[in-house]
Design a protein around this ligand. Sequence first.
Ligand code: 5AD
Ligand code: SF4
Length: 473
Amino acid sequence: MHGRAQGHPGRSYLPSSPRLPQLTVQMTDSATLPTVYIETYGCQMNVSDSELMLGKLAASGYQPVDKPDGADVILVNTCAVRDHAEQRVIGRLGELKRHMNPNTVVGVTGCMAQRLGPQLLEQARHVSLVIGPDGYRALPELLAGARHGQRSVVVEFDSEEHYEDFQPRRTAGVKAWIPVQRGCDYRCTYCIVPYTRGPERSRKLDDVVREVRAVVADGISEVVLLGQTVNSYTDGEHDFADLLRAMGRVDGLRRVRFTSPHPNDFSDRVIAAMAEVPNVCGHVHLPMQSGSSRTLKRMLRRYSREEYLDCVRRMREAMPALSFTTDIIVGFPGETEEDFAETLSAVSEVGFDDAYTFKFSLRDGTPATRLPAELTVPDEVAGERLQRLIHLVRDGARQRNMGIIGRHDEVLVEKVSRRGELLQTRTRDFKTVLVPGDESLIGQYLDVQLTGTTGSTFTGAVIQRRRPLPLAG
Ligand code: 5AD
Ligand code: SF4
């Protein structure tokens, strides 16, 4: 998916609910539950999948733990989008040996598992399970087998699978990830995702609404709808516009976000729904990938520079204050200095508030491997372009951010900031604001005034606390 490639490396999971999981597997002699640790790499879809796996395993008698040391089961949920992501997992799998006890079962799940399949079992002798994104339903049985020495690989696609009956064990704090679509039917030539996550399929609108109502009843007021090309959502009867409007009818749901859309799937209906549904937030992450029509054509993105800019224009016409972030790849085969200059100028023209920028990474099995070798952009050239792009994005964001100091905003308190003295909060248009306060405010809404910016994040003064959230019905 286009989701933030900043990922959640090394993210670990604490049980989010004090309730004990139901026992449906045999207990160990000491009557303690077998423990499971999941480490997640990559995009939000992976984070959401880990929540589903953890929920399934908790319901099957496993106790989630937040450290790998001595866990009975260690799962590494992986990403295959860039080679770098895979190399980190390979390194991490080696490190995890230190945390294993003689009976620990190690499994690799996610896109890298799907891509490498049995090869992973050969490469890493201490791994006994390799399970692709559509294989998690069988996890409890596979783990039971693995605990008796079986090694298995599950990499079949199941174009119906949504894990509808799984109860996710949520780990995202004040917001909830809601997968609404799995897989991808685009075939962007650089991208491995269609081959690791299979064909696009959407959940039924009613199932999504039911899940969202349940998280709101649990006190969560922000959801992020997830899909590889989330705005192409269709359950046969409803499109993404219908889904957004249905979100607008959920009492107590104050913020709706989604990631990541494809520019070609922003129909007028979807744009109108975004503009008209009050809880849909004024920020969109709209992957551009390149600002050069020539490069976009080679990437098979199915839009030109002009069409991308036109999509931005249509959205701004309907929502003048909409904030944009994006993903950009530099050094795609054949990218000339002229092409890159077009990317820079498109960045300036749109005025992105942030961009996730990547050097092109050639993935085995993608159509880009068939491009002539002489089109390869040397690594130093790509590295230098990446630096120029990062500077341009940063300078543009700083300028825009300086321009809004003094603005009043409603923020949601997400957590205590990394340094521990302030609270990290988020505006509706996805800006990070650090404000004074204590952790009792987590999950609450505040009115703040933006008082300063580092260029990327803000400091804020609290003006007032919003009324407590209404109890959801
Ligand atoms: N090389 C570099 N970046 C890639 N992305 C996807 N595939 C590749 C690749 N082969 C980027 C795209 C996508 C984001 C999630 O990762 O920008 O939107
Ligand atoms: Fe996104 Fe294209 Fe990859 Fe699909 S193939 S996940 S649209 S980048």
